[in-house]
Design a binder for this molecule. Structure first.
Ligand code: ATR
Length: 274
């Protein structure tokens, strides 16, 4: 048998990543002969080491914090969704030696919200907390589903305002500070801040949560995240962690790389989500 095709995920830190487990299950399920490894690469070495990976025959890399914007700069070409996001989470070396950057995060979030959790984005009011790379990747796919409004709230209000203005041609989206969100309840609240696992929760009025509100934390851990705990304390009946988004964005990357779409159901079950 030939040597397996080489894939991996690059981040800093990266040791906590579940991606090798997830891609390993996808490969087994679809009978693909691949190897998927963790690459802990500091920002100053990102460019050189990623180029070395591909020069040595590597086929594709997932990219995570803090490298998503550097990956967008490094790629020879970007898909439309990666270009709009200004961030890349999937690099693929095409047969013509073009290093293509894509962003599957938005697809992952929208698929988890809609298909796995049965939430409706269309005609809903959405609140997104945070205005960093995680938010950039998901605004376009969310707006494409026609929500009534997306409010992006951030600790540094200017960042949210600037980000919203980049997408205002696609639908109703506005940026503000946490204290300017208002007290009206939202249908869906998404936490996309990097505060995810550090214990702090954005300073937003609890009244944004009504009994019908669904809360979604892009962060994931086996125990409750601080955001999920905060949501439940304020009466949220549906608070979810980001495991499904993780698995769905991985499935989209795997499909780009291998041309075969894995079934995410068994992987969610293996992670104890379904
Ligand atoms: P990335 O681009 O990789 O997502 P980032 O640019 O550092 O990372 O953005 C992280 C997001 O989490 C930002 O919205 C950040 O708020 P600021 O723009 O004000 O920095 C937010 N964030 C990080 N730590 C936070 C905290 N303790 N409380 C609230 N928001 C926080």
């Amino acid at each position: 048998m030939n040597a397996p095709d080489q894939y991996g995920v690059v981040g800093h830190p990266i040791s906590h990543s579940w991606s090798p487990f997830i891609h390993g299950l996808f490969a087994k399920q679809t009978d693909q002969h691949i190897n998927y490894r963790l690459y802990d690469i500091a920002p100053e070495n990102f460019r050189a080491q990623v180029l070395e990976f591909f020069t040595r025959g590597g086929r594709g890399l997932n990219v995570t914090v803090p490298h998503k914007e550097s990956a967008a700069e490094l790629a020879n070409a970007l898909t439309e969704r990666a270009d709009r996001a200004g961030a890349v989470n999937t690099l693929t070396l095409n047969p013509d030696h073009v290093l293509l950057g894509d962003n599957t995060d938005g697809h992952g979030l929208v698929t988890d919200l809609g298909k796995n959790l049965g939430l409706h984005i269309t005609n809903s009011r959405l609140l997104i907390l945070g205005a960093g790379g995680a938010t950039r990747g998901v605004i376009e796919p969310l707006l494409s589903l026609g929500p009534t409004e997306i409010v992006i709230a951030n600790r540094t209000p200017e960042r949210a305002i600037n980000l919203a203005s980049l997408f205002s041609d696609l639908g109703a989206v506005r940026g503000c500070g946490f204290e300017d969100v208002g007290g009206e309840p939202f249908d869906i609240i998404i936490n996309a801040t990097a505060a995810g696992l550090t214990g702090s929760v954005p300073n937003v009025a609890g009244s944004v949560i009504a009994s019908h509100t669904a809360c979604y934390d892009m962060s994931y851990s086996k125990s409750a995240t601080p955001f999920v705990t905060w949501a439940v304390e304020h009466g949220c009946a549906r608070a979810h962690k980001g495991w499904g988004m993780l698995v769905e964005q991985a499935a989209e990357s795997f499909t780009l790389w291998r041309g075969v779409r894995p079934d995410t159901g068994p992987v969610l079950a293996a992670l104890g989500i379904k």
